[in-house]
Write a protein that binds this ligand. Structure first.
Ligand code: LFR
Length: 477
């Protein structure tokens, strides 16, 4: 039986898992879990990249020594810059940092939405790599190489430089038709081509461990690091236990990524105006989706409240009557870190609603609002792509949240199949397993997930009129 190690870094926690994969077998063991705590220093919000890497090394040491390969995925868009000798220049900045304020608006006005979208097919999010780079142009001038977070960790493990394709597609600088860096766009923006390394496909072996890494971790020096779908959402969607193509997905964690899987990009004006994105997945698939603010709204509220007992709070929220107050979860004021309950209350007041009065009411407001966000994105994904959908697969940490799963089924008027919780890690592992001949293709990967992982089905039981009315209250109809 083959054993694979998966490093999966999310916005609030990271983990190293080991997995046994074989005929009818897909078993994950958590080797190490650690918090990912952003740090603000001199006004800038950073990722603690060396702390994360230290945890990755400790996790790999604990996962070894009998591994076939190692794969790394993380959140998208963020990067480190290297100098000519390969040394990291400065600490990677968090995508929620304010340095990009106003940059996207400027670039859109200068280059035009239609041009940007026609090349990259990417939704307009203020933190896309393209806008971060323009906000940090001075750093760029002194840099030789840009590595997205998983590529940076892979570089530290192996010494090999490259850019994995699925994550590269979130930068805003990849041509989504040719799947190469857009020389035209780089030229227009005055960004040097030298920064952007050669692209690698998920499933390509990156290289063996550096000798010093092997020595430090006690792992064999010939252990390969394999490129997976290194954008966490690409990995999660690869592990959706769908039986055919008639599905939508909600990859639900800090973000809810909501859409359908297509054989190629949709670059229509209607899709651009609805801010739908075309992100690259495994085997040339496209994730046609929109970012919904996701459980960030809950996570930031919990932080503001000093982390009370979540299961008890969700139980209380389930007892609160629906739609007392709802917000548009994607309102830009919810994006940065800070007092979330206060911002939700302000949003309610500004839209003529009584703000939630208790923690349970705030949580209910968040759950109803997220379900409304899921509903709008599922419906638009179907309309804009023409894809018929029979079921919504809700994967990731949010699949544990029974209230959110039921509300999503009710809001969408479709059954929700919830799970697996660890979809991202499973997708990471399965792309490695395929690279080493253990599974055949995407369909077989998904069959193995469906056959081995606990899933729970929620039937829709909502009142469509009530959902439609709530949706129009927040402009999500
Ligand atoms: C999810 C995710 C989203 C991306 C956001 C920022 O973890 O990767 O797909 O839009 O984080 O990178």
């Amino acid at each position: 039986m083959n054993a694979f190690a998966a490093v999966d870094l999310g916005a609030s926690s990271g983990r190293v898992m080991s997995a046994r994969v074989g005929e009818g077998v897909l078993e994950l063991t958590e080797v190490r879990r650690f918090t990912n705590r952003p740090v603000r220093a001199a006004g800038t919000l950073y990722w603690d990249i060396l702390g994360l890497y230290g945890n990755v090394l400790d996790g790999l040491k604990a996962a070894g020594p009998h591994l076939t390969s190692v794969g790394i995925d993380s959140w998208a868009v963020d990067y480190g810059l290297l100098d000519r000798s390969g040394v990291l220049l400065g600490n990677p900045v968090h995508y929620r940092d304010a340095r990009t304020d106003g940059v996207m608006e400027r670039v859109r006005a200068e280059l035009g939405d239609d041009h940007l979208y026609d090349v990259a097919g990417l939704q307009f999010l203020p933190f896309n790599t393209i806008y971060q780079l323009l906000a940090a142009r001075a750093d760029v001038d002194g840099a030789q190489t840009l590595l997205l977070i998983p590529d940076l960790l892979a570089y530290w493990l192996t010494g090999r430089i490259g850019a994995e394709l699925t994550n590269a597609s979130t930068t805003g600088l990849l041509d989504v038709r040719t799947r190469t860096w857009s020389a035209a766009l780089l030229d227009r923006l005055g960004l040097p081509e030298r920064l952007f390394p050669e692209l690698r496909e998920p499933g390509e072996v990156i290289g063996p461990l550096r000798p010093d890494v092997a020595a430090e971790t006690g792992l064999p020096g010939d252990l390969p690091v394999t490129a997976v779908a290194s954008h966490d959402t690409a990995s999660a969607v690869a592990a959706v236990p769908a039986r055919d193509e008639r599905f939508a997905y909600v990859s639900c964690g800090t973000w809810s990524l909501v859409g359908v899987e297509l054989p190629g990009p949709v670059l229509s004006e209607a899709g651009r105006k609805a801010n739908f994105t075309n992100e690259v997945g495994v085997d040339g698939t496209i994730r046609y989706l929109r970012n919904v603010m996701g459980l960030w709204l809950l996570q930031e509220s919990m932080r503001a409240w000093g982390d009370p007992d979540l299961p008890a709070l969700l139980e209380a929220a389930a007892e609160v009557p629906p739609f007392q107050a709802v917000v548009n979860p994607d309102a830009p004021e919810f994006l940065p870190p800070g007092d979330m309950p206060a911002r939700i209350a302000d949003h309610c007041r500004a839209t003529g609603q009584r703000p939630p009065a208790t923690q349970a009411e705030t949580v209910r407001c968040i759950m109803d609002s997220l379900a409304l966000g899921h509903r709008a994105a599922v419906r638009q994904a179907m309309e804009l792509s023409g894809r018929q959908v029979d079921v919504v697969h809700l994967v990731g940490g949010g699949s544990r949240n029974a209230l959110l799963c039921q509300l999503t089924a009710d809001a969408c008027g479709l059954p929700v199949v919830a799970g697996p919780v660890e979809a991202t890690t499973l997708g990471n592992v399965l792309v490695q397993a395929r690279a080493f001949g253990v599974v055949k293709d995407l369909a077989e990967m998904r069959e193995l997930v469906a056959a081995t992982q606990p899933l729970r089905r929620y039937e829709p039981a909502g009142d469509e009129h009530a959902w439609a009315a709530a949706a129009s209250r927040v402009g999500l109809a």
